[in-house]
Design a protein around this ligand. Sequence first.
Ligand code: HEC
Ligand code: HEC
Ligand code: HEC
Ligand code: HEC
Ligand code: HEC
Length: 229
Amino acid sequence: MNKPITPRKRQHLAFILGIGLGLAGLLFLSQRDRFHVHGPMNTGHEDLKCSTCHKDAPGTARQQIQANLQFVLGKRQNSADFIHAPVSNKECLECHERPNDNHPVYRFLEPRFLKARQALGPDRCLSCHAEHNGRRVTLTDTGYCRNCHKNTQLRKDPVDVPHDRLIALKLWDSCLGCHDFHGNHIRQPAKTVDKIIPPEKITAYFNGGLSPYGEQRHHPAKKETDDDN
Ligand code: HEC
Ligand code: HEC
Ligand code: HEC
Ligand code: HEC
Ligand code: HEC
């Protein structure tokens, strides 16, 4: 025999139901936030609009879903990008084009860089500057010059310990102590090893601190891309 539900019990049930709905709502919100706030923007990117890097994938949402369904069913070779296209060098270069970059990434597509590509991915900005990390340079290794400069030799070497000697001694962590990777800072590299920038200053710069290479640059970054207004 069923007992009648007393008003008091009804109040109780409503209360429990309320808490349940509230918790579900909180869970939903936190999941949503986790999607939107992926991690702190990298140094200098704090004010960029999301859409400067996250471009819409080609096609409408409906077309994208259909294409992906066909992929799952084996009727299509590749999956389609959903909502957003992956971020590529193209987006970065829209604001960071530096015509005299010492290390322009496109150069590393040449066959002779195959091994370096596999070890380091020097053909992609994101290999060294992964976004949403609250830092400036995310590749922590500072000796990766070894991948390409094992045979670097200067005819009239101006440095007190010449380059071939530095390389024979495997002093690969010294390179960034005199050279900035892209050569975009307006400066001259030191000619004596006692002037090498200490590694901890370089690490601090990578992590978002002051530049040991000075503040002046040949090509400052653009703030917004053209198609963004
Ligand atoms: C400077 C470029 C840049 C900007 C600006 C930027 N992002 Fe990203 N974001 C990236 C990169 C690079 C990734 C890594 C995944 C990829 O390659 O697409 C990423 C990944 C993500 C992801 C994870 C999705 C995935 O595919 O892994 C989310 C979510 C995201 N970003 C949201 C945002 C939001 C929200 C904003 C604006 C507040 C924003 N991003 C601004 C570059 C950027
Ligand atoms: C909409 C323009 C825009 C886009 C797109 C963009 N950046 Fe930036 N970036 C900036 C601005 C502005 C700064 C602030 C520093 C400055 O003025 O040079 C900056 C700073 C940086 C810095 C630190 C520079 C410093 O000296 O502090 C790095 C590294 C960087 N961006 C790499 C990237 C990479 C990699 C991508 C692609 C994933 C990218 N940026 C996409 C505009 C952009
Ligand atoms: C192999 C690693 C590597 C790759 C690939 C790489 N960078 Fe860098 N980047 C560095 C290092 C190391 C520094 C710090 C030394 C310096 O300032 O040049 C740096 C500094 C920067 C700076 C700040 C100094 C400046 O030039 O104004 C910007 C902006 C930047 N990178 C953008 C990019 C973009 C855009 C790409 C792709 C086109 C890219 N980087 C590819 C390693 C890399
Ligand atoms: C993926 C291969 C690769 C990596 C990694 C690499 N370089 Fe280079 N570097 C090159 C090439 C290619 C050139 C152009 C030389 C030429 O013109 O033949 C170059 C040129 C240079 C130049 C001379 C720029 C000029 O023309 O005045 C300097 C300095 C330099 N690299 C330093 C470094 C340092 C320091 C590192 C490590 C932080 C490094 N490189 C990492 C391939 C690389
Ligand atoms: C004590 C500072 C210092 C150190 C350490 C140093 N260099 Fe240099 N490097 C110089 C100077 C000075 C030049 C002369 C050219 C110039 O003014 O840019 C130069 C020139 C170069 C060139 C250009 C060669 C050319 O033909 O124009 C390359 C490539 C290079 N260095 C790579 C490296 C690599 C790789 C390392 C690490 C093994 C390294 N350097 C360590 C100071 C340094």
